[in-house]
Write a protein that binds this ligand. Structure first.
Ligand code: FMN
Length: 359
């Protein structure tokens, strides 16, 4: 069916971003996701094998105003490396100033978001709004590249709508002003999350002989089989995974194993699910404080414990408890009750986020 790469990758197959970041062959990237890819979530994805991660997007204006929410998103840790900080904005001076602020926190790279379809971002000329004005996109990128010593990368969509699927030109022009890698979500802004991501234009960008930088494909990867199929079909340097990792960080190690051997790893054991729930919980409490940390963890239990028959009773208790000790005690009960139970592999369902946003 699909060709499998059984040869160990050579040093030449490593992926380089700028001079200082070397990623393994066919790296897996954790997509930036607002309200999701915070340090506690990134920690579980890193443990599961994510090769490069990004912060949630950070408003350049917010950084300049010193808004608490924006500042907090700059928290990155040594164990996360390599890590990129993602910023967005529609104004050259603000983006350049934000880039200087980011510099101080010493990430491995600085990523610019030109893909966010959410109305409050796109319609202010930032995020995917810039897709309507390629010259502006180039000026904004140039301003950031000149303002920072970090490698600058970009994440974007195919274009604004079906009439402006200009990613091939975008890739060339952004490379010309100095970006070091490009991640492309195979949808237009107007598609939001509708339909299926179209990777054919991503393939064209990758196959353009003028393009020297790594090209990462993004959109709808939800299984090891699909990851390998898309790797082989579209020839991208690596893939970026967003929604599939929410509640299932193990997707990273499963894809790595499948790409290397052609075999599916067994789904995580109950013990691993409990261990990840606890470590995510502890990190959430550490980073967000007990009240918010415990509250925000509640949305993760149903995913982490999915497939255990009768788990609802425990889940209902988990989402009412208010101390870390109480939550851990219930997780221990779950570990004992389901000890040795083999959870069946269930397809990952990708949510249609942002669908409420008018186009
Ligand atoms: C909840 C959520 C928040 C997101 N926030 C961001 C963001 O901050 N920056 C960004 O570039 N993309 C953001 N995205 C888009 C993802 O990075 C990714 O491009 C998109 O989900 C498609 O990949 P997937 O099919 O693997 O999920 C977000 C997506 C989701 C679901």
């Amino acid at each position: 069916m699909f060709s499998i790469n059984h040869q160990p990758p050579t040093i030449n197959q490593m992926i380089k971003i700028g001079n200082n970041i070397t990623l393994p062959y066919f790296p897996l990237l954790l997509a930036p996701m607002e309200d999701v890819s915070d340090p506690p979530f990134r920690a579980v994805c890193k443990d599961a094998g994510a090769d490069l991660m990004y912060t949630e997007f950070i408003s350049s204006e917010g950084l300049i105003r010193d808004a608490i929410k924006s500042r907090k998103k700059l928290d990155i840790y040594d164990y996360e490396k390599p890590i990129g900080i993602q910023i967005f904005g529609g104004d050259e001076d603000s983006l350049a100033l934000a880039a200087k602020i980011v510099d101080v926190t010493n990430p491995d790279l600085l990523d610019i978001n030109f893909g966010c379809p959410v109305k409050k971002v796109a319609c202010k000329g930032a995020g995917a709004g810039v897709l309507k004005d390629l010259d502006l996109m180039v000026r904004l990128t140039d301003a950031v590249v000149k303002a920072t010593k970090l490698p600058v990368t970009v994440k974007t969509r195919l274009g604004w709508d079906d009439n402006t699927r200009n990613i091939e030109e975008v890739a060339e022009r952004l490379q010309d002003v100095g970006i070091k890698a490009l991640a492309i979500h195979g949808r237009t802004r107007c598609q939001m999350y509708k339909g299926e991501a179209d990777w054919t234009l991503i393939e064209k960008v990758k196959n353009n002989p003028r393009i020297q930088m790594p090209i990462f494909g993004n959109g709808d990867i939800d299984s090891p089989q699909k990851a390998l199929q898309y790797k082989n079909r579209y020839g991208v340097d690596g893939i970026m995974i967003g929604r599939a990792a929410i509640g299932y960080p193990w997707i990273f190690r499963e894809i790595k194993h499948y790409v290397a051997t052609g075999e599916l790893l067994a789904p995580p054991t109950v013990e691993e699910r409990i261990a990840v729930s606890k470590s995510h919980l502890r990190k959430s409490v550490e980073w967000k404080g007990p009240v918010v940390g415990i509250n925000e963890m509640r949305r993760h239990y149903s995913n982490y414990l999915k497939g255990l028959p009768g788990i609802k009773e425990y889940r209902n208790r988990l989402v009412t408890l208010t101390t870390i000790e109480e939550v851990e005690a219930v997780l221990d009960e779950v570990a004992v009750k389901y000890d040795g139970f083999e959870v069946e592999r269930a397809p990952i369902v990708l949510e249609n986020y942002h669908e409420h946003c008018p186009v």
